[in-house]
Design a protein around this ligand. Structure first.
Ligand code: PMP
Length: 434
């Protein structure tokens, strides 16, 4: 049974036999045994409200998604060299949500694999190696993904940007290089500066990759106009534009199904991961006809698991559930009212310097009066919330951003409960004593 092995034994085995660079959440790690909707249950039957897991997009263990996977798994699972309508069905569901320019799908198994393939496409299509990426961006765990992830190579164990990666400053209008309104153009000029540097080395631009809201950077909203101008600069230099939709995609933004739509641009390539399989490993790269045509240069793209009928049955059901249960509209409604409540909280507790994000992808940043980041307070808040049965995550280069990105079935009542406990903990001695 679930309780036959103690947590201590599980931890001891992990320490001995699992990768040393794996980490655990919380000082006293939790063992979850059941998920349902926006809730998780630990081995002692304790129920937690989950505001962290944007992978369990339509809710943990959604019965329709589970059923779709189980039924297909009992029939056949093979690779894409056999015909199967499931792969067409998932492609159709995805393409229905996208502008006509983005019309060719490649299926893979993780966000990392999706970005890996997207960068390969850039290199094949443009013949160039040089990639522009944001400071504190994260795009995955493979070699190429780490090479374009400042979050990793500028952090512990990293060795800085590789020769062909060009990092522009985090477009953070709250605490970044340029602050306040109308900073979009200034940040786009920083992208142009990197393009000029590539040209000065006698090379050309391959591609540009960014998330529509920078997640690991601390839920950073891109300043108005930034993406449109940056795309213009990149395209003028012959480069391709990639939108990493791994965290924000599939309706989470509320106002739009995809993050790039918030910025009035159409990328050449988008990458999708986390939410698409609702926890099952499923990801995709969607590109223009032109990119797809040039990428098919004779070398076969084969992926043993990518696009298999079981994964596709699951992905198709996930998108259908988003539509059927009107979860995008729900994310807009609940997200906007939660954001409003968090803004009210920031008036009462000035330690909350900024409230930002879209739909059910929000962040609050904790700073002192001199705008110094308050990492300890942020960590305290997340840990105290856990004691009240609410799971929250922290991020950002200074670890002072509390992130809110729950399963999309998160309700108005859940939002009220979340704000109630945040208000309670913000008033505690530890929070007001700094
Ligand atoms: N892109 C972004 C923006 C991500 O946040 C992540 C994962 N955190 C990835 C790519 C990589 O996805 P995966 O872990 O599924 O490989």
């Amino acid at each position: 049974s679930n309780t036959s092995i103690s947590n201590g034994e599980i931890i001891a085995y992990r320490k001995q036999h699992l990768g040393k660079s794996l980490s655990l959440q919380y000082k006293i790690p939790i063992k979850m045994v059941r998920g349902a909707g926006q809730y998780l249950l630990d081995q002692f039957g304790r129920k937690y409200l989950d505001t962290v897991n944007n992978v369990a997009h339509v809710g943990h263990e959604h019965p329709d998604v589970v059923k779709a996977g189980q039924e297909q798994m009992a029939l056949i699972n093979t690779n894409t060299r056999y015909l199967h309508e499931n792969i067409n069905n998932l492609a159709k569901e995805l393409l229905k949500t996208l502008p006509p320019e983005l019309s060719v799908v490649h299926f893979v198994n993780s966000g990392s694999e999706a970005n890996e393939l997207a960068i390969r496409m850039v290199k094949v299509v443009t013949g160039e190696q040089d990639i522009l990426a944001s400071e504190v961006g994260y795009h995955g765990n493979t070699n190429i993904c780490i090479d374009i992830s400042s979050y990793k190579f500028d952090g512990k164990g990293g060795k800085g940007a590789p020769e062909h990666t060009h990092i522009f400053p985090l477009p953070d209008a709250f605490r970044g290089k340029y602050r306040g309104k109308n900073t979009g153009e200034l940040y786009a000029q920083e992208v142009q500066k990197q393009i000029d540097l590539i040209h000065a080395k006698g090379r050309k631009v391959g591609g540009f990759i960014i998330e529509p809201i920078i997640s690991c950077g601390g839920q950073i909203d891109l300043p108005i106009g930034f993406l449109e101008l940056a795309y213009k600069h990149v395209r003028a230099a012959g480069g391709l534009c990639i939108s990493d939709e791994v965290q924000v995609g599939c309706g989470r933004m509320g106002k739009a199904f995809w993050g790039f739509e918030l910025h009035g641009v159409v990328p050449d390539i988008i990458t999708i991961g986390k939410p698409l399989g609702n926890g099952h490993p499923l990801a995709a790269v969607i590109c223009t006809k032109e990119v797809a045509k040039k990428f098919a240069n004779g070398m076969e793209f084969f992926n043993t698991f990518g696009g298999n009928p079981v994964s596709c049955a699951i992905g198709t059901e996930v998108i259908r559930v988003v539509k059927r249960e009107k979860l995008q509209e729900h994310a807009l409604k609940v997200g906007e009212s939660l954001k409003l409540e968090l803004k009210k909280l920031s008036v009462d507790f000035p330690i909350i310097g900024d409230v930002r994000g879209e739909g059910l992808f929000l962040g609050i940043e904790l700073v002192d009066a001199a705008m110094n980041p308050l990492a300890e307070q942020t960590d305290y808040l997340a840990n105290r919330m856990k004691e009240h049965g609410i799971l929250m995550s922290t991020d950002g280069p200074d670890h002072n951003v509390l992130k809110i990105k729950p399963p999309m079935v998160f309700t108005q009542e859940n939002a009220i409960e979340l704000v109630y406990y945040l208000r309670k903990i913000l008033a505690e001695d530890f929070m007001v004593s700094f």
